[in-house]
Design a protein around this ligand. Structure first.
Ligand code: FAD
Length: 471
């Protein structure tokens, strides 16, 4: 009899365990993607990711068709849709890859299906390793990254990836599918995603291309270069991972066989991939990761919220060039370099003293790689309230961070074009430049580019004073 194959955040044919098991079951396979509008627990996808999803689904549908299959699109509550599809097609089993952010929801869905005589079979593939297999000596999940990473390495390599199938057995008729265009996932007016396609090719082919890029350059300079936003040292795989267009195991195994001189870069890259697993293990342990402080010592923290300052931050108009460049990279491409994510997050939390949850939400809506585990875990890391966090009192100085990691100001010049002609010496501190220097660069502070919305020295003292009250 036919089986249902339920795609979620695993929009790929390569290294897809559920897909292979569905084919092995022997009957026709009916791939389905369900748009679940009322899923507050998982968090609805933000605008940037809806743009991505549109293209990813179009690509997956085309790929499935090329193997003789198709993709059925349906809107509704997952269990209702699956029960209805099972009734229509005679399917008795749903094949699915585990999505750890929705463990609790999936448990309820499995119960509802069982009541209707439908079995669900779930497979691993979202992470490098099954999180249950990485435990402390006493059997608990790790709260600190380094021992987590050590334990992961002791497990050995993640499972060998499986290649995409050559064909997919299809039923005589596929159930009716809704139209992707009818889902209206793309922004209309204003079309803020207009430049996204210059940076990204959503879908499996785009993911494989990004992987080949970094492998072809032998991960050159990854360890050092990953901190410098104007260089292209990192993989840009995160949005593809967020949608499951490539498996982390595929990425891990692709880094085997690099020359000896690349060993440090490879090791560091794998360690970053392991951070993603670590963030998921925190989310499984603490499902309210995006809502509550991991460390409840931070609950009484006295946050400020100045609407005007928050807006200036979102728009990249704070008067701090490195912060503004990051926030504008986000607008332009739905992405921000990791180093700059740390700087902009620190600025929001510690200079503006705005609750990290506002920043987490903004990123969730604007990042193409927004991830239910990595996003809140990293925000809490910066805030100091996280599991294995950077201490709150370590406050980034946006001027020094800019000068250290964007020494020539290339990143700032790219995303804050009104500063492009400013001399190197002042590129991260235009408000200290003498009048004739500004004039020469065509800058009128307060008009063509904002003056700093807050004094960093004052802000730092204020943040530390607020932190002191906690103890
Ligand atoms: P590479 O350097 O090539 O790393 C390879 C992969 O490792 C990444 O694709 C990613 O999957 C993983 N990785 C790297 N760094 C981290 C990290 N610190 N935590 C978890 N996984 C990591 N990453 C997301 O994927 N989604 C998010 O929503 C997200 N929000 C963040 C919010 C803040 C405030 C900060 C400081 C970081 C956030 N990150 C998030 C982590 C990191 O910035 C991105 O994963 C990274 O910039 C992606 O670029 P890349 O693919 O080129 O990374």
């Amino acid at each position: 009899s036919p089986v249902l194959l339920w795609f979620r955040k695993d929009l790929r044919l390569d290294d897809n365990a559920a897909l292979h098991a569905a084919i092995d079951a022997g009957g026709p396979v009916i791939p389905v993607y369900i748009r679940e509008p009322d899923m507050p627990d998982v968090g609805p996808l933000g605008g940037a990711q809806l743009w991505w999803l549109h293209h990813a689904l179009a690509g997956l549908k085309a790929d499935l068709k090329s193997l003789g299959g198709d993709l059925v699109l349906v809107t509704g509550k997952a269990e209702d849709v699956l029960v209805e599809l099972a009734e229509k097609t005679g399917a008795k089993t749903v094949f699915v890859n585990r999505a750890y952010e929705r463990t609790l929801i999936d448990r309820d869905i499995a119960i509802a299906l069982k009541e209707n005589g439908i079995a669900i079979r779930a497979f691993h593939g979202q992470l490098l390793h099954d999180p249950k297999s990485i435990r402390t000596g006493s059997g608990n999940p790790f709260k600190v990254f380094t021992p987590f990473w050590n334990a992961m390495q002791k497990l050995g390599e993640p499972a060998e990836p499986i290649d995409a199938p050559e064909s997919i057995p299809a039923p005589e008729h596929f159930p009716r599918s809704e139209s992707l265009d009818g889902w209206n996932l793309l922004p209309t007016k204003p079309n803020w995603a207009i430049d996204f396609a210059k940076t990204w090719t959503p879908g499996e082919a785009g993911a494989q291309e990004k992987l080949s890029d970094i492998i072809d350059r032998e991960l050159h300079d990854y360890k050092r270069g990953r901190d410098f936003p104007a260089t292209d040292a990192t993989s840009s795989l995160s949005p593809h991972l967020a949608f499951g267009e490539i498996s982390p195991a595929r990425i891990w195994h692709a880094t085997r066989g690099q020359p000896q001189k690349a060993a440090e870069d490879v090791g560091h890259f794998r360690r970053e991939l392991a951070w993603r697993d670590f963030c998921y293990s925190l989310l499984i342990e603490f499902p309210k990761l995006s809502e509550d402080n991991w460390d409840d010592k931070f609950d009484p923290f006295e946050w400020e919220f100045d609407e005007k300052e928050f807006l200036a931050w979102t728009k990249g108009m704070t008067g701090y060039p490195i912060v503004d460049a990051g926030m504008r990279q986000l607008w332009k491409s739905g992405f921000m370099h990791n180093r700059v994510r740390m700087i902009t997050a620190s600025f929001l939390i510690k200079d503006l003293m705005i609750d990290w949850r506002h920043g987490e939400k903004w990123f969730r809506d604007t990042l193409v790689d927004a991830d239910p585990a990595s996003n809140p875990a990293n925000w809490q890391w910066v805030a100091g309230s996280g599991a294995d966090a950077s201490p709150f009192f370590r406050i980034f100085n946006p001027l020094l961070q800019g000068e250290k990691f964007d020494p020539d100001g290339d990143y700032v010049r790219e995303y804050v074009p009104e500063l492009a002609r400013l001399e190197r010496k002042y590129i991260h501190r235009p408000f200290e430049a003498p009048a004739h220097v500004l004039e020469k660069a065509g800058i009128e502070l307060g008009k063509t580019y904002p003056k700093p919305i807050i004094d960093h020295g004052f802000a730092r003292d204020r943040a530390l004073a607020a932190y002191k009250k906690l103890r």
